[in-house]
Design a protein. Sequence first.
Length: 329
Amino acid sequence: MTLPRCVGLLGGGMIGAGWAARFALHGVDVRLYDPDPDALRKAGEVIENARRAMRRLTLAPLPAEGALSATATLGDAVAGADFVVESAPERPELKRRLLAEADALAPPEVVFTSSTSGLRPTLLQADMRHPERFAVGHPFNPVYLLPLVEICPGDRTSEQTVARAAEVFRALGMSPLVVRKEIDGFLADRMQEALWREALWLVNDEIATVAEVDDAIRLAAGLRWAAMGTYETYRIAGGEEGMRHFMEQFGPALQWPWTHLTDVPELTDELLDRITEQSDAQAGGASVRELERLRDRCLVAVLRGLRSEAYGAGEVLAEYENRLRGLRT
Ligand SMILES: NC(=O)c1ccc[n+]([C@@H]2O[C@H](COP(=O)([O-])OP(=O)(O)OC[C@H]3O[C@@H](n4cnc5c(N)ncnc54)[C@H](O)[C@@H]3O)[C@@H](O)[C@H]2O)c1
């Protein structure tokens, strides 16, 4: 059986409720343990939003929904669950204790994941009797819509646990990315945090307003990022000569004090070769023109979606179209 029959959720706030929605909408029964007496109501509201979003997202038939119930004790959430997801507050001691308590209550074959945004799994699994069954499974908000989930194994995580977590997440329509080396903040939050730091500096130094910083992202790079990541985007920016050319052209600028994040790796031949080779492999033989056309089709799809909401770049597009049609906006 690919999906568990029943999942135990420890913590049902923003992220736990998002997991409740993703599991329930894929036919998995959900047992939610959260000391907040309002947790079940809140999770029910999140599931309602998720239903609405899924109806807009896909016409594909989903299985009959799993049942959602709140449990009075940790033991009741874990009892009978084939998979356990911890989404309690980001406090290392709390998570560590909660995981150790839940671990003592579940048969050893039940896989546990933690939604932590950046705590190392080796730390979180430290007090578990069966640390091999545990890995980080870091999702993104809203959990029921965004596909990425970073799986980060700790020192004592088994390969079977990583494989099982990936299998379950995939069956929920997600795209698991296994983090190769344990690192604080994993991949996505490290990059988001770098951007966030710079955004805070720009407002702190009164160079831009909050809205200007947001426009600087959402009307340009943010749209490209929805289709292609940083490396793919820069490969195209290197033109026909590709990634190495881009690195040679813009590499030296990384040393200039443009940003507050000026500590950059030395661009050794070894690093340049690695980036170029991996970038070529990522392109899979596609020419820069083919990549540009793929990017453009994706951007048009995103822009059309945003236009239907008349928000962000979609608002800009809607106003532009109205002007073209000679209408007042
Ligand atoms: N908010 C995000 O965007 C985001 C994204 C990815 C991952 N995460 C991670 O997910 C986890 C949860 O974050 P959140 O944003 O849902 O926080 P939240 O504050 O919305 O929810 C935490 C929930 O845990 C409950 N809780 C408190 N003590 C508990 C206990 N002992 N046992 C069980 N539940 C308990 C709280 O009542 C609350 O409902 C954190 O580790 C966070 O880093 C958050």
